[in-house]
Design a binder for this molecule. Sequence first.
Ligand SMILES: Nc1ncnc2c1ncn2[C@@H]1O[C@H](COP(=O)(O)OP(=O)(O)O)[C@@H](O)[C@H]1O
Ligand SMILES: [Mg+2]
Length: 237
Amino acid sequence: MTALLTVDRVVKRYGGLAAVDGVSFTLGAGDVLGLIGPNGSGKTTLLGILAGTHDPTSGTVTLDGRVCSGRGAHRAVHAGIARTFQTTRLFGGWTLREALRLARRENRRPADVASDERIAALLALDGLLDRPCTSLTSAAQRLAMIALALATGPRVLLLDEPAVGMDTAESAALARAVRDVADDLGVAVVVVDHNMHFLMPLADSVLVMASGTVLATGTPAQIRADEAVIASYLGET
Ligand SMILES: Nc1ncnc2c1ncn2[C@@H]1O[C@H](COP(=O)(O)OP(=O)(O)O)[C@@H](O)[C@H]1O
Ligand SMILES: [Mg+2]
């Protein structure tokens, strides 16, 4: 497998605290990586480095062999890394189609971007394109946030706790949608979530963080059976 995304010995220090302390991994097109770990273990900071909003203290993130870390969020988006946020940020009274049109302006590779209809179909938002975003259910609003990220034409999609507040049926629908995005668009996905019922069936591999370091990586089955992971994290859930 040729790596699409390579994270190489990334460190982020805040004074004496290493929020991320030497994290490395690679992802191929269409891979879904689950990122788990206790609160404060560095997950959001790592996503920020991937998204370009945080500069690493050392180490690099490369996409298709080009360094994209430490160059700001716009450069990361233009390189093909898109993220959603833990809170839903919406576009006033705009329809989803109008919001998608604005998000498309961030894309520098128009040929790569799926149509509004294809994005809506992948995310089970069919028929909702011409509704104001604010009229959607909260679960649909979260899917709409992913739709906006996809409209920037990403190669890598970063999702920070996308299933928070969803019931079982909603989170299962979200997992199907994320799987379809990875499989059909070949987008690599990094997804942080505390809900193991959501994350474990979805992820191809799981990376467990503890105090900024990688405690374990493996398939979901390997991670569930890992004594150190159970002791530090899964025992709590
Ligand atoms: N801007 C910041 N300044 C100082 N410390 C920070 C900052 N952002 C995060 N941290 C610290 O870095 C550690 C990792 O935080 P975070 O990445 O948010 O963890 P997680 O998302 O896994 O809960 C925590 O100890 C947090 O307090
Ligand atoms: Mg976090």
